[in-house]
Write a protein that binds this ligand. Structure first.
Ligand code: HEC
Ligand code: HEC
Ligand code: HEC
Ligand code: HEC
Length: 500
């Protein structure tokens, strides 16, 4: 790690691998207080499955410790004397989250296939240091220095250039239970890789790495030692940004860095937060508006385009994005508003936020203020009820997350298909969605000001409220941090028009 620090690109920008990785979500996957709280909530709801849950949930969030425990023939456990206990021999490896050595050791075996999904990546645990391979993107690595300083033998690994490497953890099937507590099937909880595979980006060769590990400007000397000419600068150099949309958690890390015993500096967290915001505000969506007026009515057409490489939002089912639309009359008075965010994280008019058993449908046409266009996935359990318990999620009853470019909803396999009324919405297609607002303006006088913004939230109001029904030390601790945090959603894009 020391070797790959203090690196700069041709423009003099700091591109150190360690700097970027350490403050990103993957480095902190094991310390993430929302993750830890959710694991304990699942255990509260399924106490008989405690061992299975500690095993399953540590697999991708603490992969180094998990892999080593399996080699040692020990059951991977997280609590009591498990990985989170400072006296546990694997505590440090666990807290390192998705670390350098994990990714760089994944073998090119069964990647991109169901055999390696759900965290079933393979790591060579039989070869002893310094002969154990560390795979990288460069064809002729300098071997001796790395063997001496890290105990690994660097080797070219084609897999490091492919999305299939990421697929091992970013395709997640979870077994689910019926009401009697018996396993009733498997649920595709996260399918970022399969969504990407079904989009135009995969055929165009735009890998996960190309967006999540953007190229540095020009060539980079990838190690601080040995000195040139023993090593020569490498190009392209993939920066280890690893940012998605989780600005909320990076902000919460910043505010609680000491309590969470993070190993990165505030500066590094600030850098990651800026990169997440750029990802959300520059690289994710485009919003456009067309308005038409007739007597007593205003018709507003909004188009949301997805620029990411998978559904937007992708990943964990607590994410949501929605349209906040406001129409004001000539005097500046609000005559129509849909999707207004509240300080507590809820949305005015959202059925799920008002009642635990409900959820907001997908809309093609919106005519009343209590209809809100929310792009999200909502789980049903095996009894056809809305659930937020991961082990009870049997299927998505709603999945209108905006499709990536080139994604044909008619041919998508059921594990990552569109669900709910977006299926029949003719303008909910690969790459975009269009929604029409019909606003009654009779009795009001213009000019009307129409403004729309797309807002993003990492943890939806109901997902959180549901978890807070349980009472564990980890939930209390997270809840305290959540209460103090700024819950303002991220404004991703905005458009405005004045209509005479
Ligand atoms: C999530 C997986 C992952 C983690 C964690 C990770 N890497 Fe990488 N690393 C990659 C991939 C994939 C590439 C090749 C990317 C490419 O060339 O497109 C890479 C490339 C590299 C390279 C070659 C130069 C470059 O960046 O292109 C070095 C050196 C490197 N990693 C070191 C590290 C170190 C040190 C850490 C920990 C601080 C680390 N990596 C953490 C996946 C990872
Ligand atoms: C060993 C399993 C594993 C592998 C391999 C892996 N990831 Fe991750 N990744 C995770 C986990 C776990 C998280 C969630 C951490 C959290 O939120 O607590 C995550 C989170 C992320 C995020 C979300 C960050 C945010 O700001 O929301 C991105 C982006 C990401 N990974 C990209 C990648 C890419 C690209 C690759 C392949 C080069 C990759 N991952 C490989 C386990 C993995
Ligand atoms: C064309 C660029 C692009 C490609 C290709 C791409 N992503 Fe992303 N990814 C994004 C953007 C932009 C975001 C932020 C918006 C969002 O959260 O969906 C993102 C977000 C994410 C997140 C975080 C979601 C969250 O909850 O915060 C994960 C995880 C992720 N990507 C994984 C992957 C994986 C795995 C692949 C490859 C199979 C991949 N991405 C390919 C652009 C891309
Ligand atoms: C196959 C790998 C894998 C396994 C197994 C896994 N996770 Fe995750 N988890 C991920 C990835 C990848 C993400 C990040 C997705 C994103 O950012 O949208 C994530 C994100 C999360 C988050 C959101 C964190 C945040 O900060 O927003 C929670 C909570 C979570 N996982 C809980 C769990 C629980 C509970 C279990 C056990 C039942 C579990 N995970 C098992 C891969 C995994």
């Amino acid at each position: 790690v020391v070797c790959h620090s203090r690196l700069t690109d041709a423009a003099g920008t700091d591109v150190s691998v360690d700097t970027h990785w350490r403050s990103a979500m993957m480095a902190n996957a094991a310390r993430d207080p929302f993750y830890l709280a959710k694991v304990t909530s699942e255990i509260e709801r399924n106490p008989d499955l405690r061992a299975a849950l500690e095993d399953k949930c540590s697999l991708c969030h603490m992969p180094m410790a998990y892999t080593q425990a399996k080699v040692d023939g020990v059951a991977p456990t997280m609590f009591e004397s498990g990985f989170l206990n400072k006296d546990n021999g694997l505590n440090k490896a666990a807290l390192d989250g998705v670390s350098c050595t994990l990714c760089h050791q994944v073998e090119d075996k069964a990647l991109g296939t169901p055999e390696s999904f759900s965290g079933k990546f393979l790591v060579d645990t039989s070869t002893n240091p310094p002969d154990r391979a560390s795979y990288g993107p460069f064809p002729e690595p300098l071997v001796d220095n790395m063997r001496r300083s890290s105990g690994y033998t660097p080797q070219f690994g084609e897999q490091t250039l492919n999305s299939a490497l990421c697929a091992a953890c970013h395709t997640l099937y979870t077994p689910y239970l019926d009401a009697s507590g018996s396993v009733a099937g498997e649920f595709p909880e996260q399918t970022a890789y399969l969504e990407w595979k079904h989009s135009a980006l995969s055929s165009e060769g735009k890998s996960c790495q190309s967006c999540h590990m953007p190229e540095a400007a020009g060539a980079v000397l990838i190690s601080a030692s040995p000195a040139p000419p023993k090593i020569s600068p490498r190009e392209p150099f993939a920066q280890h940004y690893f940012v998605g949309g989780n600005a909320f958690m990076v902000g919460l890390f910043s505010a609680n860095a000491e309590a969470l015993e993070l190993t990165c500096s505030q500066d590094h967290l600030d850098g990651t937060l800026q990169r997440v915001l750029t990802q959300l505000q520059a690289n994710s969506v485009a919003l456009s508006m067309v308005t038409t007026q007739s007597s007593g009515a205003l018709e507003i057409g909004l188009r949301v385009e997805n620029k990411a490489g998978h559904k937007f939002p992708t990943g964990f089912p607590s994410r949501r994005a929605w349209i906040h639309l406001t129409v004001k009359d000539g005097a500046g008075k609000v005559i129509f508003e849909s999707g207004k965010p509240q300080a507590d994280g809820s949305i005015v008019g959202c059925a799920a936020d008002a009642a635990a058993t409900e959820f907001e449908s997908h809309f093609d046409i919106i005519t009343t203020a209590d209809q809100v266009q929310i792009y999200e996935s909502v789980m049903h359990n095996s009894d056809g009820e809305v659930t937020y318990t991961l082990l009870r999620g049997a299927k998505y009853v709603k999945d209108n997350r905006i499709l990536p470019r080139g994604f044909d909803k008619a041919t998508a396999a059921k594990d990552f298909a569109v669900q709910g009324s977006a299926v029949e919405d003719a303008n909910f297609v690969g790459g975009s969605d269009q929604v029409t607002y019909k606003v009654n303006t009779s009795g009001s006088s213009g000019p009307f000001e129409v403004s729309a913004e797309l807002l993003y939230q990492s943890i939806s109001y109901r997902f959180l409220a549901d978890m807070l029904r349980d009472d564990t030390a980890f939930i209390q601790s997270f809840s305290g941090m959540y209460d103090m945090a700024d819950k303002t959603p991220v404004a991703m894009a905005a458009v405005k028009q004045t209509v005479k």
